[in-house]
Design a protein around this ligand. Structure first.
Ligand code: ADP
Ligand code: MG
Length: 381
């Protein structure tokens, strides 16, 4: 099974917790120097799989070969030197500075002198974009910075393999990119074998050599990122990739923070593989609608963004108050010119330029504007 090219081979891996199977005869193989993204629904066993790989969990049965050696026969310390891991929750030592967090293991396990370890630590901090933060404590760093220290700490052992378990899931959306950027740069360097459990589909697609789709305790489908994201073969992979996903939040005129909104849209766009142009369209459209329409007559909007199976984006804006329907605005109509007519006309043209479907309805107490932004950009009229 194992050859010069393979770094990790997993055969019939089984793991149960209290009699409940979590991994069921999982087979997988990672080539040397390969970047593998692991995607799949929550509860699929992704974390358990990574934890079995570096012996944080003991498999019930099956075999894991690391560079040709059965992991059960390896000294745990040796295995962990070969294989680093980065967790969702950073897990830095709170009472140690960034540099001390990084140098602890190389000093005790690799027997580096303090000077050597400090030099290595500073180099690694620079590599993850944190030059000068040697003496900062974790609580003085943002989540994104802490995670970058955690990556530097894993790199300090010069591992041949590095495992990332949802490294950006605990971060504020504004910090996701700085961490993905660091991981991306590692992926482009030669040599290291990487496994990354992630929900960042755009990222997974860009950096991976292989994608594993995990479901119900097995690698249910694997393949090149183009195949898994565009034409997966098996039904559960297809359902997962095409799943309609939405998220909602309330927007208040008083403290509307455009940068935060932008970051949330960015996050959503990345998750759903929306290209840069569509993301821009969405952000421009929403900003325009908030500033030049909704905030004229309401202080609060319930905003929902969703993506359909066809990758069209659905926007929903709900508010309480006056009926102000932009879609019925008509420059030639005989209706008396109320104070909203110009605004409605302008808004109507913005909507017609971007949306392939638009409805304005009363739903319970709310007035609701729903727009469908098609996958193919609408040409500007
Ligand atoms: P994923 O990372 O894909 O979300 P996990 O590997 O974390 O999935 O968990 C898979 C299943 O195993 C879940 O149902 C979870 O509750 C269960 N599980 C994971 N670790 C433990 C544990 N230490 N004890 C009991 N159940 C666990
Ligand atoms: Mg997990």
């Amino acid at each position: 099974m194992s050859s010069e090219k393979t770094m990790i081979v997993v055969e019939k891996l089984c793991k149960s917790f209290a009699g409940v199977p979590v991994l069921s005869n999982l087979d997988a193989s990672f080539n040397k120097g390969e970047i593998v993204s692991i995607i799949g629904p929550s509860g699929a066993g992704k974390s358990t799989f990574l934890r079995c790989l570096n012996l944080l969990e003991t498999p019930d049965s099956g075999r894991i070969l690391i560079d040709g050696v059965d992991s059960q026969e390896m000294d745990v310390r040796k295995l962990r030197m070969k294989m680093g891991m980065v967790f969702q929750q950073f897990n830095l030592f709170p009472h140690l500075s960034a540099l001390e967090n990084i140098t602890l293991a190389p000093r005790s396990l690799l027997k580096l002198s303090k000077a050597e370890a400090d030099e290595l630590g500073s180099e690694l901090l620079e590599k993850v974009g944190l030059a000068g933060k040697e003496w900062a404590f974790p609580k003085e760093l943002s989540g994104g910075q802490q995670q970058r220290v955690a990556i530097a700490r894993a790199l300090a052992m010069k591992p041949e393999i590095i495992l990332f378990d949802e490294p950006t899931s605990a971060l504020d959306p504004t910090m996701v990119n700085e961490v993905l950027g660091v991981i991306r740069s590692l992926a482009y360097e030669d040599g290291m074998t990487m496994a990354i459990v992630t929900h960042e589909m755009r990222f997974a697609r860009d950096v991976s050599d292989q994608v594993f789709y995990m479901d119900q305790g097995v690698v249910y489908e694997s393949g090149a990122p183009e195949v898994i994201f565009e034409s997966p073969v098996r039904p559960r992979t297809r359902a997962f990739i095409r799943r309609v996903d939405t998220f909602s939040f309330d927007i208040f005129e008083d403290n509307f923070d455009f940068y935060r909104f932008d970051a949330k849209i960015d996050d959503f766009a990345m998750k759903h593989l929306l290209d840069h142009e569509r993301r821009e369209t969405l952000v421009d459209l929403c900003e325009n609608l908030f500033d030049n329409f909704f905030f004229m007559f309401t202080k609060r909007i319930s905003f929902t963004i969703g993506v359909t199976e066809e990758k069209d984006v659905e926007l929903r804006f709900a508010y309480k108050g006056e009926e102000v329907n932009p879609l019925t605005a008509d420059i030639n109509s005989d209706e008396p010119v109320d104070k909203f007519t110009a605004v409605r006309l302008l808004t109507k043209s913005v909507i017609l330029n971007t949306s392939s479907r638009a409805t304005y309805t009363r739903q319970g107490d709310d007035y609701v504007l729903e727009l469908l932004i098609p996958r193919e950009q609408k040409r500007r009229a």
